[in-house]
Design a protein around this ligand. Structure first.
Ligand SMILES: [Zn+2]
Length: 307
């Protein structure tokens, strides 16, 4: 399935860097960019990306502005890996480092440098109870997130608070330029009808929003990371079967029966539970606990910059 989709895309790829497609409707000064598979094994959006490129080429979908579609990391996808040498979604930075992903980030910046709106389509490693947005609060980003209705929930933080310091994600790179950049987690990684349908609906809706200025959509729920459980000890292992957005209670045990005890510090939901194999380096954290925000971010943090 992967190879067939990639070869359909390759037949249309006409963008300024490899694995990219561009269409210019010639009538509207807005450039909408969609990113797919910045993490190689997050393939769920690929069928929708190929179909949209085909529909724009054939005229079945009309858009008056510019639209770019890119596939982030084909080489990692073919290896069924998140990345080959470095996490591509951390290296949209100025650097001379010469890994596959640093080189690819430098290429993709040529597209992102011209983006007015960038929607990055990701998937989670483990199952999730629902799709979600994850990016810092800005009023305009919020308008787009609500209008796209890609998810009911948004995991957010104050603007300017980096996902992890010394790094830069693709959406963050676009926001730092003062434009709209947002990330949607469509579901668990891999091909699925639900991921394909959601990606398709979101991208097509984004083109309508760019063309009409419509931002209407249902209000979102806002969640914040309020605890990060550090991966302080190799002996730590989570209970089996934890998922993204699984509710937890204060004091509930998170670790397996035969591992050191870690309990949830408060009520909330889990995010990014990790079960790293023994031969892999330890990630910084084993799981996060989120709390639903009692106040709208606009009330709490204001408009937060132009984007
Ligand atoms: Zn991802």
């Amino acid at each position: 399935m992967l190879d067939a989709l990639l070869s359909r895309f390759e037949g249309l790829a006409n963008g300024p860097v490899s694995w990219s497609f561009q269409h210019d409707g010639g009538g509207l000064d807005t450039h909408v960019v969609f990113g797919s598979m910045i993490h190689g094994n997050e393939t769920g959006s690929l069928p929708a990306v190929v179909e949209l490129a085909e529909d724009l080429s054939s005229g079945a979908v009309q858009f008056g502005g510019r639209v770019s579609l890119f596939i982030g990391n084909v080489e990692a996808a073919r290896a069924d890996r998140r990345f080959l040498e470095a996490d591509l979604n951390r290296v949209f930075i100025d650097s001379d480092v010469d890994t596959h992903e640093h080189r690819r980030a430098r290429e993709l910046r040529r597209i992102l440098d011209e983006a007015d709106v960038f929607i990055d389509l990701h998937q989670t490693i483990l199952p999730t109870e629902q799709p979600f947005y994850i990016f810092p609060w800005t009023a305009k980003g919020g308008d787009w997130a609500r209008g796209l209705a890609a998810a009911r929930v948004w995991v957010t933080r104050p603007s300017g608070e980096s996902f992890s310091s010394g790094t830069c994600c693709a959406d963050e790179y676009v926001r730092n330029r003062g434009h709209i950049g947002l990330t949607v987690e469509l579901g668990q990684k891999g091909f699925s009808p639900s991921a394909g349908q959601l990606a398709s609906r979101v991208m097509r809706r984004a083109l309508v929003m760019a063309e009409t200025g419509d931002r209407e959509g249902p209000e979102l729920e806002f969640w914040r990371t309020t605890a990060k459980v550090p991966y302080s000890d190799r002996a730590l292992r989570l209970r089996p079967g934890l998922t993204n957005f699984r509710p937890v209670r204060r004091g509930e045990r998170l670790t397996a029966d035969d591992a050191p005890t870690v309990v949830s510090p408060h009520d909330g939901v889990l995010l990014f539970p990790k079960y790293p194999p023994d031969d892999q380096p330890l990630p910084n954290e084993i799981v996060r606990v989120l709390t639903r925000m009692g106040q709208h971010p606009r009330t709490l943090w204001g408009q937060a910059s132009s984007a």
